[in-house]
Design a protein around this ligand. Structure first.
Ligand code: ZN
Length: 489
């Protein structure tokens, strides 16, 4: 059977821009639709969208983690709906945020890496554009130069988009610095506010105060976590994609995987403490009452599972599963847990619904209004995620589990099917095998066709708009990405 990923790559290489435009026109995606034909509700709540970069869902107490990584945030979101099975369409910062803001798949956006941005002529409108056209004030404060509004194209539609300036000594801001920049934005203007806030503290290198790092390093429960994840005794030096550990390197001794997980957890605690302060500040502001509030992340972090530390290279749950917490305006304030599978692509239609705007029919995500406001159930629906595309020349020497070309995953309830351009496909039952280590296709090869066909239909439905191979990237953009630790993404 032909590899779908391989076919998709070859088809992508053959496709031309004109054909892609024609296909998008057929799908009704070729024109921003915020200005035309959309009903505007008399009631337009302010909207806060908080993205905590690289925040793995199961590293939060809210999601069952047995360590104190989020006590303040857990209190602050006590009346929110918590989605237990939310997934990113791609475990990489720029394309994931582009999908979050447009509601479109990275494949439709032509964005599969951090070096490229949303093309200036791309027809997909962002939430900021749609909400601004509907009379909202729009503002964003981001914690990292990787999300700089200009090169990523994500600044479009925002009245104010505050990113770390390229000339600054550092291209990242702490969550506390982000909050400080947010404060004066909350009371500006009379119109409802759409505010996107982005924290970067949980992204490597994990820079945290010694006090916090020591607190989370000393916790004996960490041993149980490593045991449950089959990571006890694994040497950090054997884990792939280790980078930016210099601030943590101690004189004469090797950093352990346990210490690195503790450092990540300390960064989570730092960010969630600030998130709680942000929510408090938001609720106390003019924008806060009866607003829509969404807390999520763009992807998780490997933390040593599948022999991999970081994110972007594979499609396992440690990097795909993200927290998603939603508070609907004027809905009864009661904590609820939703077990149904949802996607970051569902955020855009949900935000538009809250603003009284009709989402374009061709947005692939679902409006979760009924689920959040009235406690309805999420209908079961397969999701497709993909990872960054690599060319063979990028193959790092000596790395296992590194595969060139495209990679896709079909998520359907507990089952996850992974098909990559290199290597055999695999299938996991995450209910029985949450660590995704037992490939069901070895004993049930007949299951492959079912998922392969779902993936093939998805690929046929969403034309690949990626400019490939990548065009020349601005050297200043490359410098910023390298300063943030990005080497190949
Ligand atoms: Zn990210």
């Amino acid at each position: 059977m032909e590899s779908v990923a391989g076919h998709a790559r070859r088809a992508g290489a053959r496709s031309c821009f004109c054909l892609a435009v024609v296909s998008l026109l057929a799908l009704g995606l070729a024109a921003p639709q915020a200005e035309s034909g959309l009903a505007i509700s008399a009631s337009r709540p302010s909207i806060l969208l908080l993205s905590i970069d690289t925040l793995r869902a199961d590293q939060l107490g809210l999601y069952g983690y047995p360590r104190p990584t989020d006590p303040a945030l857990a209190r602050a979101v006590g009346s929110f709906t918590l989605f237990t099975a939310a997934f990113t369409p791609i475990p990489l910062t720029v394309p994931a945020h582009a999908s979050l803001l447009t509601g479109l798949h990275p494949r439709e956006l032509g964005l599969l890496n951090n070096r490229q941005g949303l093309a200036p002529d791309h027809p997909g409108a962002t939430l900021a554009q749609r909400l601004k056209a509907a009379g909202y004030r729009t503002a964003a404060v981001v914690g990292s130069g990787v999300l700089a509004g200009g090169p990523t194209g994500l600044g479009r539609g925002f009245d104010i988009y505050l990113d770390p300036a390229p000339g600054e000594a550092t291209t990242r801001r702490t969550a506390a610095e982000v909050n400080a920049a947010v404060a004066p934005l909350l009371e500006m203007g009379e119109e409802p506010l759409f505010l996107m806030v982005h924290y970067y503290d949980v992204h490597e290198p994990y820079i945290v105060p010694d006090r916090l790092a020591c607190l989370l390093r000393a916790d004996p429960v960490l041993e149980d976590v490593l045991e449950q994840r089959r990571l006890r005794g694994v040497a950090y030096s054997k884990v792939l994609n280790r980078r930016r550990t210099e601030p943590l390197r101690r004189q004469g001794s090797e950093i352990t995987l346990r210490e690195m997980v503790a450092q990540y957890d300390a960064a989570v605690r730092l960010a969630t403490d600030q998130a709680a302060l942000l929510l408090e500040m938001w609720d106390a502001s003019r924008s806060g009452p009866e607003s829509l509030v969404i807390v999520t992340s763009d992807h998780g972090e490997g933390l040593g599972q599948h022999g991999y530390w970081s994110h972007g290279m594979n499609l396992f749950d440690e990097t795909l599963r993200v927290p998603l917490l939603v508070r609907w305006p004027a809905a009864p304030r009661a904590s609820r847990r939703q077990l149904g599978q949802v996607s970051l692509l569902d955020v855009a239609p949900t935000v538009l619904a809250a603003a009284g705007l009709e989402a374009p029919q061709d947005l692939p995500g679902r409006d979760l209004r009924q689920v959040v406001a009235a406690g309805g159930d999420v209908a079961r629906q397969p999701l497709v995620a993909q990872r960054m595309r690599y060319v063979p020349a990028q193959r790092p020497p000596g790395l296992r589990n590194w595969r060139a070309g495209d990679g896709f995953a079909v998520l359907d309830g507990p089952l996850k099917y992974i098909e990559e351009e290199e290597g055999p496909p695999t299938l996991y039952d995450r209910a029985a095998d949450p660590l995704e280590v037992n490939d069901l296709l070895r004993r049930l090869p007949g299951r492959r066709a079912q998922f392969h066909n779902v993936l093939a239909a998805w690929i046929a439905r969403y034309p690949d708009r990626l400019v490939w191979p990548p065009q020349a990237v601005d050297p200043e953009r490359v410098r910023i990405l390298r300063s943030l630790g990005y080497v190949d993404r």
